[in-house]
Ligand binder design. Structure first.
Ligand SMILES: Cc1cc2nc3c(=O)[nH]c(=O)nc-3n(C[C@H](O)[C@H](O)[C@H](O)COP(=O)(O)OP(=O)(O)OC[C@H]3O[C@@H](n4cnc5c(N)ncnc54)[C@H](O)[C@@H]3O)c2cc1C
Length: 419
């Protein structure tokens, strides 16, 4: 195994998801990762294509389970959506429980929410057990009613969550102002979410997997094939990998043979400050997000920077996304100022990137229809990293040949929900 610089990935792809600016995590990027050079055909138990947070979690658990694993990425690991992420590890799904229950019924919707809650505590356990230095901390989340609207929708959501046995409390305007200083008609305060540095987290997982025997190949997956017993991936270099299972963890960039009526690519924008003084740090360092469309989300880093994101739009074209940078940054800054006025902070960085989302807010995880021995792990939406964890655990059970009925909730061919 050679210790090579990843500065010149083999990719000829024009896709650069993290564009036009820099997130707070890049300083932590290690310069080197151990790479395996392959030629001809190399075999292993599982190939994981994509070394973002989803691929890293999947590679780690599969390696720990005793499988021989090769991870393939066409760029430096973690430089996809993962590097751009604000890494609010929410168990609350983009689709409110009330809406998810309208789509799939209350029982199924509440089971999905419960699994999401368990996923965040699963991430906490994993970080502790593997001793991953990734600035992980449990945080409450504060889900804010939009300014100028009543508390009605949030009260309904709170009642549904209480019925589902989910933790949290509804704060009135006065309680919210008293506890946090945010002036909104109402908010849901919920324990059990978390934050991390997503690049450190994914690199820590990859390094753990490498120590367990996983190997990293710097190449682009260009073609897939399969038969009854195995799957194959051809790489841009001309080499190919042959495995019992191939896991696709390529972020929003899905190969053509993976289709979902529910999937779209969404662009999002972010701004961040440098370290802010004490008066700009809100209580409990809560993770903030709004019940609004487009929404705003915000968190503090452990070095006291305020990071704000949102203004999401379904835009695939990176140039179109870049052109909106100035306008979107100004809007985010203005919205944050309206929410958190009269404190000393200035936004100094901005960036934009893409991630995959689905119409119902649930991820696409499991076997790829029509492609034997190929599994997909796409952790979508604003709480993508929570779903990445869920995906890695589902994939591990599928590789072990232990499917469970509830995996179907995330099936790639689940089709359009009935409204
Ligand atoms: C600005 C922003 C803010 C976000 N905020 C949050 C948040 O607060 N909380 C949260 O949970 N989620 C958030 N998300 C979503 C979350 O970041 C993503 O869901 C998550 O990072 C997806 O990880 P991934 O590993 O699936 O994909 P990626 O990180 O995109 O990784 C995919 C990898 O696959 C590689 N790849 C793709 N195609 C090929 C190929 N053909 N061959 C080889 N390699 C390939 C890419 O190079 C890349 O490294 C945010 C996303 C963005 C963009």
């Amino acid at each position: 195994m050679a210790d090579l610089d990843f500065a010149s990935p083999s990719s000829n792809s024009s896709i650069h998801p993290l564009r036009n600016g820099s997130g707070p995590w890049q300083l932590h990027w290690p310069q080197k990762m151990p790479l395996l050079r392959v030629s001809g055909t190399v075999s292993c138990d599982v190939v994981v294509v994509g070394a973002g947070i989803t691929g890293a979690m999947t590679a780690e658990i599969l390696t720990r389970a005793g499988h021989s694993v090769i991870v393939v990425d066409r760029a430096f690991p973690g430089r996809g959506s993962t590097a751009a992420s604000t890494a609010m590890l929410l168990w609350e799904i983009d689709t409110p429980l009330v809406e998810l229950a309208d789509l799939y019924g209350f029982e199924k919707a509440s089971a999905v929410y419960q699994r999401s809650l368990l996923a965040v505590s699963g991430i906490a356990d994993m970080v502790e057990q593997l001793a991953l230095p990734c600035q992980f901390a449990l945080r409450p989340s504060l889900y804010l009613a939009p300014a100028g609207e009543g508390a009605g929708d949030l009260a309904q959501e709170h009642a549904a969550r209480a019925r589902a046995g989910l933790p949290g409390a509804l704060l009135s305007r006065e309680e919210l102002i008293g506890a946090f200083g945010f002036d909104r008609p109402a908010a849901l305060i919920s324990p059990g979410s978390a934050e991390a540095d997503p690049v450190l987290l994914s690199h820590g997982l990859l390094q753990t997997a490498f120590r367990g025997g996983a190997r990293l190949v710097a190449d682009e997956a260009v073609r897939y094939d399969w038969d009854d017993d195995a799957a194959y991936v051809a790489l841009a270099s001309g080499a190919s990998l042959h495995a019992k299972k191939i896991v696709l963890a390529t972020g929003y960039d899905m190969p053509d043979f993976v289709r979902s009526d529910l999937h779209s690519i969404v662009s999002t924008w972010c701004v961040s400050t440098g370290p802010v003084p004490r008066n700009a740090i809100w209580n409990d360092r809560a993770l903030l997000w709004e019940a609004d469309d487009p929404y705003l989300y915000a968190r503090l880093t452990q070095t006291d920077e305020i990071v704000v994101g949102g203004e999401d739009e379904v835009i695939e074209d990176a140039d179109e996304r870049d052109k909106k940078m100035a306008e979107k940054s100004a809007t985010l800054a203005r919205r944050m100022r309206a929410l958190w006025p009269d404190r000393d902070y200035t936004f100094t960085s901005s960036w934009t990137a893409a991630f995959g989302q689905t119409e119902d807010g649930l991820p696409l995880i499991g076997p790829v229809p029509g492609a034997r021995n190929i599994l997909a792990a796409y952790g979508y939406g604003g709480n993508g990293i929570t779903f990445s964890f869920m995906a890695s655990r589902i994939i591990a059970e599928l590789v072990a040949g232990a499917p469970r009925p509830w995996f179907d909730d995330f099936a790639l061919d689940r089709g359009q929900p009935s409204t």
